[in-house]
Design a protein around this ligand. Structure first.
Ligand SMILES: Cc1cc2nc3c(=O)[nH]c(=O)nc-3n(C[C@H](O)[C@H](O)[C@H](O)COP(=O)(O)OP(=O)(O)OC[C@H]3O[C@@H](n4cnc5c(N)ncnc54)[C@H](O)[C@@H]3O)c2cc1C
Length: 398
């Protein structure tokens, strides 16, 4: 390992949730930082580029993710205080199980240990507390108090502004990895033709990571199509605003989830099932009619007052899935000063502030990285056709 000077220069490629927060923590850790993005922070193609994301503590028995959520709750609150924003909306979360609720049950001891409140509600109590929901077919319900939603795209832009305010360089350019010699990379090539040299590189390129590093990553990070729908409640209908209604997850044959209110942009409904592989650069982002039909059917069943609600907006995004649903955070096997960061697998956004904090400590060699996120643990899994399950069932020991 080559020694790091007192103020190493780190180039972070990708200003999504992972790269933005990592850049900010690197600056806070004393590094000089250049944050590069091909289309800018929270752009329409990025996985972090949607309007909202769920934050919740339930992660099965997984200690690492649960602790990162606890830390992220703190950091999202701090971000709102420091930056005068409302990125985090504490709506609570309603977890509805039509099937075995083992995932929720396995989460309870860990949540109790870290102090995140979750209660099991009987169905009548849930109906009383959350008017507008129909619990047909539901066997058990849990309510998680601190859960809520995050303003995703706006958060990426706010974090990038904080990076610039703290002295980082924020650059709009596409970066191509440079060649590696003697186990290191000296520079990346920017799309304006200039080289960008640095002591360390972090490639936080979300769904592009596999294409950028076909040999080291390739199919280990698979972008999958995800259609998201926003339905308009009837005029004057107030039950489904985020001041009253929680984010919700419905565990049936498929897992659907949604976010209320969303700054008056409609009631969000999404199917968490992984769609077909896509290319995030060229994908024509028109939602599939069959996905809209499924979302409508769920809406009619679970929220009957919205059965006739028109579609007011939609988005086609992509997850960037690893075979086991866990993140990929490791050095490039042929360049010790290059870090690969990604594989959010549909659940990375909420954790990005805490992940960025750890990532900075790893890149600056103040802590050893966790083996559970290594490239090595994925070896042999690359050709597994089944991706790493649902974002709502991820976690070791679950
Ligand atoms: C529909 C949907 C719903 C989700 N729901 C949730 C949820 O409820 N809760 C949750 O926690 N997570 C959720 N996620 C997952 C979460 O949003 C992602 O895991 C997370 O945003 C990934 O962030 P990232 O920074 O790794 O990737 P990205 O946001 O994609 O950022 C990568 C960036 O790299 C840039 N880039 C790529 N290649 C280059 C290059 N060569 N040069 C320069 N720049 C480059 C891109 O422009 C992009 O901005 C969801 C994701 C989707 C799509």
């Amino acid at each position: 390992m080559s020694g790091l000077g007192p103020r190493p220069h780190v180039a972070v490629i990708g200003a999504g949730a992972f790269g933005g927060w990592t850049a900010l923590w690197l600056l806070r850790g004393g590094a000089r930082v250049t944050l590069v993005d091909a289309w800018g922070p929270g752009n329409a193609r990025a996985s972090s580029g949607g309007e909202t994301r769920v934050i919740r503590g339930m992660y099965g028995a997984d200690r690492v993710y649960t602790e990162w959520v606890v830390r992220s709750f703190e950091l999202w609150r701090e971000a709102d205080r420091n930056w005068g924003q409302r990125l985090y909306r504490p709506t609570g979360a309603l977890w509805m199980f039509r099937r075995d609720d083992a995932y929720a049950r396995s989460s309870l001891p860990t949540l109790a240990e870290v102090g995140l409140a979750v209660e099991r509600l009987d169905l009548d109590e849930a109906l009383r507390r959350f008017p507008g929901v129909d619990l047909a077919g539901v066997r058990s319900v849990y309510h998680e108090a601190e859960a809520g939603s995050l303003a995703a795209r706006r958060a990426c832009q706010t974090v990038a502004r904080a990076v610039a305010a703290d002295g980082g360089d924020v650059v709009t350019a596409a970066a191509r990895p440079g060649s590696t010699a003697k186990g290191r990379m000296d520079a990346v090539a920017l799309s304006d033709g200039s080289p960008l040299a640095a002591d360390r590189f972090v490639f936080a390129c979300g769904p592009w990571l596999g294409a950028l590093f076909p040999d080291a990553v390739g199919r280990l990070v698979q972008p999958t199509r995800q259609d998201v729908f926003y339905f308009g409640p009837p005029p004057g209908e107030r039950r489904f605003g985020d001041d009253r209604f929680p984010v919700w997850v419905d565990f049936g044959e498929r897992i659907f989830y949604g976010i209320p209110g969303n700054e008056q942009r409609g009631f969000k409904v999404a199917d968490d099932t992984h769609g077909e592989p896509v290319d995030p650069t060229t994908l024509e982002r028109t939602p599939r009619p069959e996905n809209l039909a499924r979302a409508r059917a769920l809406l009619a069943e679970r929220f009957p007052a919205l059965a006739e609600a028109p579609l007011v907006e939609s988005r086609t995004c992509q997850y960037e899935c690893t075979p086991d649903g866990n993140f990929l955070i490791d050095r490039h096997p042929e360049a010790e000063n290059v870090w690969l960061l990604g594989g959010g697998s549909g659940h990375g956004f909420k954790l990005s502030p805490a992940l960025g904090e750890r990532m900075a400590a790893w890149v600056l060699e103040r802590e050893a990285p966790l083996a559970r996120f290594s490239l090595e643990r994925l070896s042999g899994l690359a050709e597994t056709p089944e991706r790493g399950g649902s974002q709502f069932e991820t976690g070791e020991g679950s």
